[in-house]
Design a protein around this ligand. Structure first.
Ligand SMILES: Nc1ncnc2c1ncn2[C@@H]1O[C@H](COP(=O)(O)OP(=O)(O)OP(=O)(O)O)[C@@H](O)[C@H]1O
Ligand SMILES: [Mg+2]
Length: 898
């Protein structure tokens, strides 16, 4: 649960050690166990023997078998982090969070020092922080789990329909099964882009490359095979095992599941590994802020202690006072306020069918000033239509479509929209004829640098043909001849130029174009990249890839909110510019992959400024472009749905994907759009800025009032013969103020604040605090003077009056100034706080004002205040708000909205 939550100051070194302990023990136990690991046993067998070992026939389970196994092994899900019993969890929070421990110790010290009330209040603060955070976090993590379950998650499995009445088993067929329904013994098809759904033994592979970096840390993909691995000693090194948590980079395979759920290798390690992402600038900012407050506290508190000790000689009182001041300065509510705000944002986004996988991503969403996007399936609809199939002269040619069909149908590696479009275009009769005429022999799978794929088929006469299709430039490079009406002719420059022009014309008309090539090839057992040479270019297929209806509006809305859109695609620049024109994205400059490759990092960073289209990029170049934008100081969102987008999704500050994306992309993304419309992007963006705005309100208010209070405390301590506020009163003041801030997440944010990207700016925050803090101090001093000279606090025995007077002024001013700080406008008139925030403020003020008259008053050392004091207080508060408003407006005028 806690991995969704910001964990900046909540984690003590003790907790880290405790978390690492069980896995350390587990490894210890493994080392002692001599029996081979069950996975190793399976790895050492031949495929057929391995299947038999698993007690299945390797054809596919029927519903009865699947249900029985499911009952035995449970669902294929990582055991949800077992919820600790309520009291244990509460105790854990009390005793492992440094601030709570500190408060507990201070409570004991206070109690021993005869300040039972102070001790009680400190305990109340611990409980508030513990219970509120517990309920908030449990609620949030439940909601997030629920949201995550909305994102579809299936694997392709061979299963048999139920056996007929005669008990005859029906042949198995490929079906999509929800991942949590998989059981040991299931036969799984793996293709490029799939997440491996469980631990499985491969029984057939075709150029299978798997990335298992989440388990081993090794970022290079490893090739895997089906053959027995007799020397296997460690499961992760076995060449014929695949593990949950890894993914297929390229190629395809068939595997039988050995272990599911918590029994998988990943399940055993879960929690201790799993690609933790780098901290974002926001996480770092909040953490830095928290530490700033703690450092401030560490410097000021000893000073306060010494000043009071020497001035009054009552060292125990001085100590308790200093302790109370330190508690007041500690940012104990910060993590919770941040979580409440982020959770609120996630819920709001869920209403718009946007699933937030990682809470912290919400505020990054509001911070991005560039959105990079893939083209097909994100900017365009996830439906591509094959529109034309032509020879090299541009004339309609049925054979071209037929060969495209053979390639798309028989390839098993990557099934993308283009292949679906090819297959859909061929009618049932032609399909049957072609499949009868040609049998598949082998394939050379697609990859994103070659940008083509080949399938080898055999015709009835036993002749072998290699049929390739792919990006035009990459295909022309491997063609030696060209098929024209009169037969195959040598591909001279003129021929190729002609062919290029045909493809280009179709590109200009807005079609995506794929070239087709083939040749007869000698019969062999297996084929490789080396066979993709000397092809005959037979023609092109052209696809219509219409943009999403919402794309143009969405891009305009993003631009209106200060976010530039750039397209990063593997497709060529002509089609891409065409799509850009259709969605209203102005392209001043474009770069293609080879140009990007030739540029140095600095050069690329500068080039990104006025380039809107990056075409013919391979996956690594997409990442390079994002890094170049980072280097140029931009906050980058990346939206994509393909295998080739995974690394870029991870490199960006926010990765956005769609529900129809491949597993890898969904896994790498922080945010998933369930809806087809891109307009939700704008709404998500605004929600992110709102969340950030509210968190920043809390930070600005708390930091400036704390800073101001320090001035007041120091000054008052030096001049007064008694403590300016009793320790217990400071603590109570702090508790009430914290309570009033819990509703800040419900507040609205002014439209002008939402208009442009918002990023963490420590300097602006510091400036704000340095200006507003002293303003509050000024009015504290006015209150001191009033109490001292007008209400006679200078007479002996009137310390209680002074302390009560300041308590009330301090609480009311802090609670009221929220309304000034929360907006850049004139408070109440031009911008109003949410009802909840106003109401909490009013309630807290009433409690504060009534306390001195209540039966509890003596317990806290309060005395009733004279009626005229309230009159003066009203004036002071009004003047304070007015001056704060003036200073704030001046700051905005000079430095802009913070
Ligand atoms: N199924 C396929 N068969 C043959 N070639 C393909 C296939 N899919 C893609 N290609 C080629 O590889 C190139 C890059 O692939 P793809 O278009 O998926 O990259 P991308 O960056 O995801 O582009 P997009 O932005 O359009 O989604 C394509 O332009 C096309 O020429
Ligand atoms: Mg794509």
């Amino acid at each position: 649960m806690s991995k969704f939550l910001p964990s900046f100051i909540g984690t003590s070194p003790l907790a880290v050690v405790a978390a690492a302990l069980p896995s350390a023990l587990r490894f210890e136990r493994d080392r002692q166990a001599p029996a081979p690991h069950p996975l190793i046993e399976v790895a050492r067998l031949e495929p057929a023997a391995a299947i038999a070992h698993l007690g299945v026939d390797g054809e596919g389970l029927d519903p009865g078998e699947a249900a029985a196994r499911r009952a035995e092994y449970g669902p294929n899900a990582l055991a949800e982090e077992r919820r600790r019993p309520f009291l244990v969890e509460i105790a854990r929070r009390c005793f492992t969070r440094p601030l709570n421990v500190l408060l507990g110790v201070l409570a004991v010290v206070s109690w021993l020092g005869d300040d039972a009330m102070g001790a009680l209040i400190m305990l109340a603060m611990v409980f508030m922080s513990v219970f509120l955070s517990y309920f908030q976090e449990t609620r949030t993590s439940r909601a997030i789990e629920r949201l995550r379950s909305l994102v579809s998650n299936t694997a392709t499995v061979r299963r048999r329909p139920a056996a007929g009445a005669d008990g005859v088993r029906v042949p198995a067929a490929k079906v999509e099964v929800a991942i949590d329904q998989l059981v040991p013994g299931d036969v799984v098809h793996l293709a490029a882009g799939d997440m491996i759904p469980a631990d499985l033994r491969l029984v057939a592979t075709k150029d299978l490359f798997v990335n298992q970096s989440s388990l081993t840390g090794e970022s290079m993909p490893v090739e895997k095979f089906a053959a027995a691995d007799r020397d296997a000693t460690a499961p992760l090194e076995a060449r014929n095992l695949c593990f949950m948590g890894s993914n297929v980079v390229s190629g395809s395979a068939l595997g039988v599941i050995v272990a599911t759920g918590a029994r998988t290798t990943f399940g055993a390690l879960a929690g201790s590994i799993a690609g933790e992402r780098a901290q974002t600038s926001f996480d770092r900012g909040v953490q830095r802020f928290a530490w700033l407050m703690i450092r401030f506290m560490a410097v000021m508190v000893p000073f306060v202690f010494l000043v009071n000790g020497f001035a009054k000689g009552a060292w125990l009182d001085a100590f308790m006072f200093a302790v109370a001041v330190s508690v007041g300065l500690a940012p104990e509510m910060l993590p919770m306020i941040v979580t409440i705000n982020l959770a609120k944002g996630a819920m709001e986004m869920a209403k718009k069918d946007v699933v937030v996988k990682r809470l912290g991503a919400i505020q990054n969403f509001g911070a991005i000033d560039v959105l990079c996007t893939d083209k097909t399936g994100t900017l365009t609809q996830d439906r591509v239509i094959l529109e034309r199939h032509v020879d090299v002269h541009g004339g309609e040619d049925e054979r071209v479509l037929e060969f495209a069909f053979l390639n798309s149908h028989h390839q098993t590696g990557l099934r993308n929209l283009l292949d679906v479009a090819v297959i859909e275009r061929v009618d049932a009769d032609a399909r049957r004829r072609l499949l009868g005429e040609y049998t598949p022999v082998d394939e050379v799978p697609f990859d994103f640098t070659r940008r083509r794929m080949s399938v080898i088929v055999r015709d009835r006469a036993g002749r072998h043909f290699l049929v390739a299709k792919g990006a035009v430039a990459e295909m022309l490079g491997i063609c030696a001849r060209v098929r024209v009406a009169s037969g195959d002719v040598a591909a001279d420059e003129a021929c190729l130029a002609d062919a290029r022009r045909v493809a280009r014309d179709m590109n200009d008309d807005g079609f995506r174009v794929i070239a087709l090539g083939m040749r007869e090839i000698e019969a062999k057992a297996t084929y490789s990249l080396a066979d993709e040479t000397g092809l005959v270019l037979t023609g092109f297929v052209a696809f219509l890839d219409p943009p999403k209806d919402s794309a143009a509006d969405a891009i305009r809305a993003l631009a209106d909110h200060g976010v530039a859109v750039k397209v990063l695609t593997g497709d060529n620049d002509i089609v891409t510019r065409n799509v850009c024109r259709q969605v209203g994205l102005r392209v001043e400059r474009w770069l293609v992959g080879p140009e990007v490759a030739a540029m140095g990092d600095e050069e690329l960073a500068i080039a990104t400024r006025d380039t809107q289209v990056f075409a013919r990029l391979d996956p690594a170049q997409k990442v390079r472009v994002i890094e170049a934008l980072h280097r140029d100081g931009r906050v980058v969102g990346f939206m994509g749905d393909g295998i080739n987008d995974g690394p870029a999704l991870r490199a960006a500050d926010v990765g956005i994907s769609v529900d129809s994306a491949v597993d890898i992309a969904k896994e790498a993304a922080d945010i998933i759009l369930l809806e087809k419309s891109l307009m939700v992007l704008e709404e998500g963006l605004l929600e992110g800025r709102k969340v950030f705005g509210n968190i920043l309100k809390y930070i600005k208010m708390t930091a400036s009032s704390n800073f101001g209070n320090m001035f007041s405390v120091l000054g008052a301590s030096a001049f007064l013969p008694f403590l300016p506020m009793a320790a217990v009163q400071i603590l109570l003041n702090n508790l009430l103020y914290d309570l009033s801030q819990t509703s800040v997440a419900t507040d609205d944010v002014d439209p002008e604040y939402l208009a442009r990207p918002r990023q963490w700016d420590m300097r602006a925050i510091t400036r704000f605090v340095l200006c507003i803090g002293p303003v509050s101090s000024l009015f504290d001093y006015a209150t001191f003077a009033l109490l001292w000279f007008v209400f006679g606090a200078n007479e002996p025995g009137r310390a209680g009056l002074f302390q009560t007077g300041w308590f009330v002024e301090s609480l009311l001013s802090q609670t009221l100034v929220v309304h000034v700080i929360r907006t850049g406008r004139l408070p109440f008139v031009r911008s109003r706080a949410s009802r909840a925030l106003t109401a909490t403020g009013v309630v807290i003020c009433l409690i504060g004002a009534m306390l001195p008259y209540s039966p509890l008053a003596p317990k806290f050392g309060f005395v009733a205040l004279p009626a005229t004091y309230w009159l003066y207080l009203a004036l002071i508060l009004a003047a304070y708000m007015a001056l704060a408003q003036v200073v704030k407006t001046a700051l905005i005028r000079r430095f802009g909205l913070l």
